[in-house]
Design a protein around this ligand. Structure first.
Ligand SMILES: C[S@@+](CC[C@H](N)C(=O)[O-])C[C@H]1O[C@@H](n2cnc3c(N)ncnc32)[C@H](O)[C@@H]1O
Length: 185
């Protein structure tokens, strides 16, 4: 299974930033509901665990374009060792630079600083009417120095997602803390 291979890649590479299985399963469930001819975007590919969940949710559908953006070429190279379906494109780019040229999406997993703590507005703008935006790591992680240093920015993201008039958002208190937002039509 693609998810198992991605987890093995993450372990071998010592990459510990992949999404939780609960969040991955939620992404898979949302991917399964993307309309015919739809488009999915992941910001922050990592070594491809979240991407593997998206592919799993699509269950072989080839009508859905999947784009994933990773700024670190070495990390993207590890993700690229997977034999992804031809409908999947991994972009080696900064999400903030890539977002304005990638078009609009029915489902976005914002899992990188770019497009989340930096220029969240670009991500919201890239969401098609009725589209879903999933953001994780929204709950405090005591003892995680990186997460603690980013906490003021994360709280700002939370506030934006819950109050942006273009979105209808729900906070889900599970896994790493999730916000699921739908772009109003
Ligand atoms: C939390 S990890 C992503 C995990 C992945 N979504 C998964 O579920 O397996 C965040 C990733 O975002 C990348 N990243 C950080 N800033 C970025 C940016 N501005 N644009 C694109 N990728 C970025 C990091 O290099 C890192 O690989």
């Amino acid at each position: 299974m693609t998810v198992d291979r991605a987890r093995a890649r993450a372990a071998a590479a010592g990459f510990d930033l992949s999404c939780d299985d609960e969040v991955g399963a939620l992404m898979a469930a949302l991917a399964a509901g993307v309309p015919r001819g739809g488009r999915i975007l992941e910001l922050g590919t990592g070594v491809g665990v979240g991407l593997a969940w998206i592919v799993a949710g699509l269950e072989g559908r080839s009508d859905v374009e999947v784009h994933s953006v990773e700024v670190d070429p070495r990390t993207a190279a590890v993700a690229a060792t997977e034999d992804w379906p031809s409908s999947v494109t991994v972009h080696v780019a900064d999400a903030v630079e890539a977002l304005p040229r990638l078009g609009s999406f029915d489902l976005i997993f914002a899992d990188a600083q770019g497009g989340k703590t930096e220029r969240l507005d670009l991500t919201i703008s890239a969401l098609a009417p009725g589209g879903h935006l999933l953001v994780d790591d929204m709950a405090p992680k005591p003892g995680n120095a990186l997460h603690e240093s980013l906490w003021p920015q994360i709280e700002h993201v939370r506030e934006r997602l819950l109050t942006d008039p273009r979105l209808r958002s729900a906070e889900l208190a599970f896994a790493s803390g999730v916000i699921l937002a739908t772009k109003r039509r």
